[in-house]
Design a protein around this ligand. Structure first.
Ligand code: SF4
Ligand code: SF4
Length: 134
């Protein structure tokens, strides 16, 4: 039987928002750490995938202060192995949406050197701007 974590009422709104946007029932995560062990990018993340889940579960909005949600590449290795069938990449995407809706830009075109803009694949640039700017 799945045991659900009790959440403080003040933090419930943030959890609900992330659950609505991601479509994931985050409270069923038991923080087993399998996602962290499966993720090829954990080394680049300030907090691990299982810690993302834990902080969202507890309604801690400062989860968005860490780089992890931007680093997630949506490779879905974690989802394939999660014993609860959770999709961490959808949670990361929900967090990015919340942050971007606050008019936050993760990348700034003016700060990219012109030579790099000429050399980078245009399709990759468009993809990055759609995903990382508000
Ligand atoms: S593998 Fe699934 S249940 Fe385990 S910590 Fe990650 S998201 Fe939670
Ligand atoms: S989808 Fe994101 S969190 Fe999951 S394994 Fe891939 S990079 Fe890591």
């Amino acid at each position: 039987m799945i045991k659900r974590v009790k959440i403080k009422s003040s933090n419930r709104d943030f959890l609900k928002k992330v659950e609505t946007l991601s479509g994931e029932d985050i409270t069923v995560c038991d923080r087993c750490g399998v996602c962290t062990g499966s993720c090829p990018l954990t080394i680049e993340m300030e907090i691990s995938p299982s810690n993302i889940m834990k902080m969202v579960q507890l309604g801690q909005e400062d989860v968005m202060d860490y780089n992890s949600m931007w680093v997630c590449s949506t490779c879905n290795y974690c989802t394939a192995r999660c014993p609860r069938g959770l999709d961490v990449s959808k949670v990361a995407e929900a967090l990015r949406q919340i942050k971007l809706r606050q008019s936050f830009d993760k990348i700034n075109i003016d700060k990219i050197p012109k030579e790099e803009l000429r050399e980078l694949p245009q399709i990759a640039l468009i993809g990055a701007f759609r995903r990382l700017t508000s």
